[in-house]
Design a protein around this ligand. Structure first.
Ligand code: FAD
Length: 551
């Protein structure tokens, strides 16, 4: 039997805990070892630890650095899957949307959508409304509100940018939005708090075999530079688009399970497309669904869906991708006259879709769990929305194997429907004088906003904004190091905050100041600070590299 209680860990989720974890990884034999710290892997680790299994997770970069910080940031039922009659998938997604809103109400927020229809355009209004009635039904009529049809006058009143040009009206419905990188980090932290031994910047380089079975993995510590082995009874491969790279190290590898497809987003100033709703519309070129999604002072526009055969570490938007989305925007918002100058930034991600022949858009968004003859459990496919459920299914399988093969049993049933730690409402006693920053802190950190505010009270330099036009404070960089396992400048400026995407120069002008502020906590000397800034500059370049295509 696993420990009769799920151990809880009160050590801050920081570099100090990582140091101890690197040691623990080498010292123990784990019930479960998860490879990959995207949303799938961290959800598996949290679930397994909450059931009382001795759990480890290693991630080769930062949590969410792969696909899980590059999504459309929606927790959604997947309206478009109804076109392919994937009713089971939509039912699953709607159900998980409800669960996620319950367990993480501050992170996962309702988002109203409009789907406008124009004369001569497909689908016919009756068809859209029938689809949305089904969408409501598959959500068991428990979504924020049922869908509503707004006539042309009401649509134009609510969203003047959509008016004219033969507007017939618009369907209004609800999905939810989430900060994907923050969700992934928070689930990783919840796994740590539940007792899992978690390490980022720890890359699996080989699978360890014994008696024809996988008994652990070889790991390279990408910060400390050491190599070591981790022993585990069951190894879960949750490496997204990298699953086949890991599977190739297994003697029983038999062909690809995943077909990576690239999707990109544009980041545009909100005042250039000031809609109150997210807007769903179709590309005039190929009929694909595109979303305009309000995101604070910005709007995200995406996405594309193209086969990808390049470097898995460096997906980037191309000029063609940007033009495709700008063309779709020009079609639906002709009055906005958007051009390339309106694109502040871009980001690109790779979908780990189940391998199949045919067009990318029709590829299944479902997931598949398989076990190789040597015992490697691989999960492929899935979505941010369904990660918790996928994890539950995976850990059910792990639990069966641990019981049958090792006589190790769970102490608890699955507990991931319980609230995510840190979702408590804010009660910040302290305050910062910058009103926008104050609101942003409460919004982002909830009760923990008090920590961030306390840093800035103690040291006025930390009450400064990272860059003047965004509400992120320098204190957040420190909090990210001490409580959110940020270990590099990239972690701070790309995933704990989104400075890289939300400012025209990616915040490069302030990168050195931020690096200098966190350097003492992370033991960086002047050369290390320079390397951090150079790495960050390269990431900023990638967000803008589409401009080089046109030269
Ligand atoms: P990843 O997040 O890629 O995680 C895998 C991790 O494994 C990586 O962090 C990687 O560094 C690590 N790894 C790889 N090899 C090793 C190794 N050898 N050792 C250690 N670690 C390793 N879903 C939604 O629900 N809603 C959306 O709005 C949405 N929009 C999307 C938009 C786009 C453009 C894309 C591309 C996807 C979108 N998705 C969306 C899908 C969703 O983002 C993905 O399904 C999900 O993030 C995949 O998570 P993952 O953990 O499986 O993979």
């Amino acid at each position: 039997m696993a420990d009769s209680y799920a151990p809880t860990c009160t050590r801050p989720f920081s570099v100090a805990a990582r140091g101890e974890n690197i040691h623990l990884l080498q010292a123990e034999t784990f019930d479960v070892l998860v490879i990959g710290g995207g949303i799938t892997g961290v959800s598996v680790a949290r679930d397994a630890a909450l059931r009382g299994f001795r759990t480890a997770l290693v991630e080769k970069g930062d949590f969410g650095e792969g696909t899980s910080s590059r999504s459309s940031r929606l927790i959604h039922g997947g309206l478009r899957y109804l076109e392919n009659y994937q009713l089971g998938l939509v039912f699953q997604c709607c159900n998980e949307r409800r669960v996620m809103r319950k367990i993480a109400p501050r992170l996962v927020r309702p988002l109203p959508f409009l789907y406008p229809l124009y004369r001569g355009q497909k689908p016919a209004p009756w068809k859209l409304r029938a689809g949305l009635t089904l969408y409501d039904a598959l959500g068991l009529f428990q979504n924020v509100q049922r869908h509503r049809w707004l006539d042309a006058a009401e649509t134009s009143r609510r969203e003047p940018l959509l008016g004219g040009r033969g507007l017939l009206g618009a369907a209004r419905f609800y999905d939810a939005q989430v900060d994907d990188a923050r969700l992934t980090m928070r689930v990783a932290r919840a796994a740590h708090q539940a007792g899992a031994v978690v390490a980022s910047y720890a890359q699996v380089t080989a699978l360890l075999m014994g008696d024809g079975r996988i008994q652990g993995v070889a790991v390279r510590d990408r910060i400390g530079g050491t190599e070591f082995e981790v022993r585990a009874r069951v190894v879960v491969n949750a490496t997204g688009v990298w699953v086949d790279q890991v599977r190739r190290q297994d003697a029983h590898y038999k062909g690809a399970t995943v077909r990576p497809t690239k999707g990109i987003h544009l980041v545009i100033p909100r005042d250039r497309l000031p809609t109150q709703h997210a807007v769903a519309f179709d590309s005039p070129r190929d009929g694909r669904h595109i979303f305009l999604i309000p995101w604070g002072e910005h709007a995200l526009v995406g996405t594309t869906d193209t086969d990808y055969e390049g470097d898995l570490e460096r997906p980037a938007a191309s000029r063609e991708d940007v033009d495709y989305l700008l063309e779709a925007l020009a079609h639906i918002f002709p009055g906005a006259r958007l051009g390339t100058d309106d694109v502040i930034s871009t980001f690109a991600g790779l979908r780990p879709l189940l391998y199949a022949e045919g067009g990318t858009y029709a590829l299944s968004r479902e997931h598949q769990i398989s076990t190789s003859p040597s015992g490697l459990l691989t999960v492929a496919g899935g979505k941010l929305t369904t990660a918790r459920l996928m994890a539950e299914e995976i850990v059910d399988q792990v639990e069966r194997r641990l019981g049958e093969e090792f006589g190790v049993h769970a102490a608890h049933p699955c507990r991931t429907r319980e609230p995510l730690p840190g979702e408590e409402r804010a009660w910040a006693a302290a305050a910062v004088s910058d009103q926008a920053a104050h609101a942003h802190l409460l919004d982002t950190y909830g009760a923990d906003a008090a920590w961030v505010m306390a840093y800035s009270e103690e040291n006025p330099a930390l009450a400064e904004r990272i860059i003047p036009e965004l509400p992120y404070l320098m204190a957040e960089a420190l909090y990210a190091i001490q409580h959110e396992m940020a270990l590099t400048l990239n972690d701070v400026l790309i995933r704990r905050t989104h400075v890289i995407y939300e400012s025209r120069d990616g915040g490069l002008g302030r990168a050195l100041a931020v690096a200098a502020e966190i350097a003492p906590r992370l033991g960086w000397d002047a050369a290390a600070v320079e390397r951090q800034v150079a790495d960050y500059r390269e990431q900023v370049r990638m967000t803008q590299s589409w401009k080089e295509d046109s030269l």
